[in-house]
Write a protein that binds this ligand. Structure first.
Ligand SMILES: [Zn+2]
Length: 141
C-alpha cells in the first residue's frame, strides 16, 4: 500500500465523518458542529493523519472549525483455548499471548464508529423540540 492510498483512505473517512455530522446538525437545526468523537480500532490503520484530513474536509461545511476527537481502540482477541479475551503481543500476531493458540476472532480493534456529535444550537433549536439522539450531547448553555 502506498502513502497515497493511505491518504485517500483517510480523506474518504474524513469526508464521510463531515457528511454524517453535517447532516445530523442540519436535521437538528444546529448552527454548527462543535466537536465530533470517533472510535477507531488500531487495525483500521488510521492514525493521526485523520486530524490533518479532517480540517480541509470540513472547510465550508457545518463542521468547519469543529474539534475532532479520536479514541483509539486497542486490539483484543478471543482465545477459545483459555476461554478469555486477550491482548496479543503485536498488532498482527493473532495468537494468544499465554497459550499460543491461534485467535482469529477479533473482539475489538476493527471498529470505526462515530460516538458523539456536539452541536451548537441555534436559539430556536435550543428550546425543547430537537430530538436528542443517542450519543449526541447537547451543548451546555
Ligand atoms: Zn489462550
Amino acid at each position: 500500500m502506498s502513502c497515497k492510498d493511505v491518504t485517500m483512505h483517510e480523506l474518504t473517512i474524513a469526508n464521510s465523518l463531515v457528511e454524517l455530522a453535517s447532516a445530523h446538525a442540519a436535521e437538528n437545526g444546529a448552527r454548527r458542529v462543535v466537536a465530533i468523537s470517533v472510535r477507531m480500532g488500531v487495525l483500521c490503520g488510521i492514525g493521526r493523519s485523520l486530524y490533518f484530513c479532517f480540517e480541509p474536509a470540513s472547510r465550508g461545511t457545518l463542521c468547519d472549525g469543529a474539534r475532532l476527537h479520536i479514541e483509539e481502540v486497542p486490539l483484543s482477541v478471543r482465545c477459545e483455548h483459555c476461554d478469555e479475551t486477550k491482548v496479543p503481543k503485536a498488532l498482527y500476531n493473532f495468537r494468544c499471548p499465554d497459550c499460543g493458540y491461534p485467535t482469529p476472532k477479533v473482539v475489538s480493534g476493527r471498529e470505526m464508529e462515530l460516538t458523539s456529535i456536539e452541536l451548537e444550537a441555534t436559539e430556536a433549536a435550543a428550546s425543547f423540540g430537537a430530538a436528542d439522539d443517542a450519543g449526541t450531547q447537547r451543548s451546555a448553555l
